[in-house]
Design a protein around this ligand. Sequence first.
Ligand code: GDP
Length: 298
Amino acid sequence: FDKLKEKLSKTKQHIVEKIEAVVPVGKKIDETTIEEIEEILISSDVGIQATEQITSILRKKVKEGALKDYSDLKSLLKNELYKILENGTSLNLSSKPAVIMVVGVNGVGKTTTIGKLGYKFISEGKSVVFAAADTFRAAAIQQLEIWANRVGADIVKHKSGADPAAVVFDAVQHARAKKKDIVIIDTAGRLHTKQPLMEELKKINRVIKKSIPEAPHEILLILDATTGQNAIKQAQLFNEAIGLTGVVVTKLDGTAKGGVIFAIKKEIGIPVKLIGIGEGIDDLKEFNPKEFVEALFD
Ligand code: GDP
C-alpha cells in the first residue's frame, strides 16, 4: 500500500491536494467551491461524465446541509470515486487453458506487461504459454522470447512476417496438448499502415474460437496513463472494433494523469483489471479500486 501511495503521488497532487487547497479546514462548502472542484476534476483527466456524477451529488448534499467541511467532502468523494471503479475488476481465468489476448498500440508497454503478467501467473504456480503474434516486427518476437526465458514461460513463434492467426492457432494447440493453464497472446500495435490492424485482430479472434468457442476469455487493452485523453480514444477504437473485457493501465508511476482510470470506466464502461506502476518485474498489480482510492486520499 505504501508503495502504491508513493507511485500515485503525482496523481494525488493533481487531484486530491488541489481539492484540499480550495477547501481549507473550517471553510464552508458552497457553489463556488463546487465549481472549483469541477475544474480540478476536469483538468485531471477524470473525464466529463465522472465529474458530472460527482458534482451533481455534491450539489445535492450541500442543499441537504450534509456537506459541512472537508472531512464530509473527503468521504463523499472517496465513496463516489470508488463506486465508479468497483465491479468487474477480476480476471476470468476459470478455463484451462484460459486464453488472454493482449492488444494495444506500440509503445504503451504491451510486451513488458505480458512479461510481468507471465511472471505473476508462474509465481502463483500456473503454467504459461506466450504466443508471439506480433509478427509484423521482428524485434517484438525477440523481446517476447527474452521475457519467456526470464519468467519460465513457453513461447510459440513463427518467422517474422508469418500469419499472426497461425501463430495463435499453434499456441492454443500447444497449450491444450501440454495441459498448460494460460495462453497470453501478444498482438501487433501498428495503427498507421496499409495492413489493417483491426482486421488482423478479428481474424485472430476467429481462429481462437475454432479451437475453443468461448475463448478468448479476456481481451485486454493496454493503455499508457501518461497519454491521458488519447488513452480514452484508443479504448473507444479497440472496444468498437473487437470488444474488450478489460483494460491494463501502465506507467501510473510518475504521471499526474492517473485520473484517466475513472474516465476509462465511466465513459467506455470497461473495467480496469491490472495496473502498471513501474518497470520492475513485479510492478504489475491486480487493480483494487478500494486500495486505489485510499492511496489517493491517504
Ligand atoms: P510495447 O511497444 O507496447 O510492447 O512497449 P514495451 O513493453 O516495449 O514498453 C515500452 C516502455 O515502457 C519500456 O521502456 C517499459 O519498461 C516501459 N514500461 C512499461 N510498463 C511500465 C510501467 O508500468 N511503468 C513505467 N515507468 N514504465 C513502464
